[in-house]
Design a protein around this ligand. Structure first.
Ligand code: SAM
Length: 217
């Protein structure tokens, strides 16, 4: 399938999609699992929460989120991704959680699910789009949040590539797509404030190169 955005690194090849979790584990020297568990623990998930995971991938994050949710309390978790290969893995990985479902859907176009969520989560997806497309994704998140609901972005933090130690810069430039280079330069709190988001909270990981940014509608 042709890429929608040729310079994007988040539109994965079928091979990468099939082996995504293993690649993250190896690429992070085994640190990925602990990191993602830690980040998800900071989302303050309540048993009755309804959650939309945009660009959900294999469902690995959805499973970790699901541990905090309760079917009896009325929780719902919707994983949304463009990739049917991710959909198959999501269905298998999340089969123990009856409130978790997968929707094959593009997040870079306006959509209307007809429901609003307590939380929208987006992990290592937003950086991989041209900036005008990121605005559509953010608007989709805004439109699908209840008043007081939170938008949770786990992605690169803001940093100056020129100030990175040589080895870090070399690796970042080698593995990341061109859109990531402008993503790290942007003032995301200002951009999100422009949509109406408020009350920003952040946690930094991996030598401050990665950030969980939480904000409220
Ligand atoms: C880098 S992976 C991150 C997956 C997951 N969020 C995680 O943290 O493990 C990016 C994901 O975004 C999905 N994706 C890319 N472009 C998309 C689009 N236009 N609409 C929906 N999903 C998209 C890919 O299929 C892939 O699963």
């Amino acid at each position: 399938m042709e890429k929608l955005y040729p310079d994007s690194g988040v539109e994965l090849t079928p091979f990468t999609a099939r082996h995504y979790d293993a690649m993250m584990r190896f690429g992070s020297f085994g640190k990925y699992n602990g990191f993602i568990e830690n980040a998800i623990s900071k989302l303050k998930i309540q048993p009755a929460d309804t959650i939309l995971d945009m660009g959900c991938g294999t469902g690995k994050n959805a499973c970790l989120i699901s541990k905090y949710l309760s079917a009896d309390a009325g929780a719902k978790l919707t994983g949304m991704d463009i990739s049917d290969i991710m959909g198959e893995q999501f269905a298998e990985n999340c089969s123990a959680f009856p409130f978790a479902s997968f929707l094959q859907q593009r997040i870079d176009q306006p959509f209307d699910l007809g429901v609003k969520f307590d939380k929208v989560f987006i992990s290592f997806v937003l950086h991989g789009f041209p900036h005008d497309v990121r605005q559509i994704i953010i608007k989709n998140a805004w439109d699908h949040l209840k008043a007081g609901g939170t938008f949770n972005i786990l992605d690169f933090a803001e940093f100056d590539m020129k100030k990175m130690p040589f080895l870090h810069r070399f690796v970042f430039k080698k593995i990341e797509c061109k859109y990531a280079f402008d993503y790290i330069e942007k003032d995301w709190k200002e951009i999100l404030s422009g949509f109406g988001f408020k009350d920003f909270k952040e946690d930094l990981f991996f030598k401050n190169y990665v950030r969980l940014l939480r904000t409220r509608r």
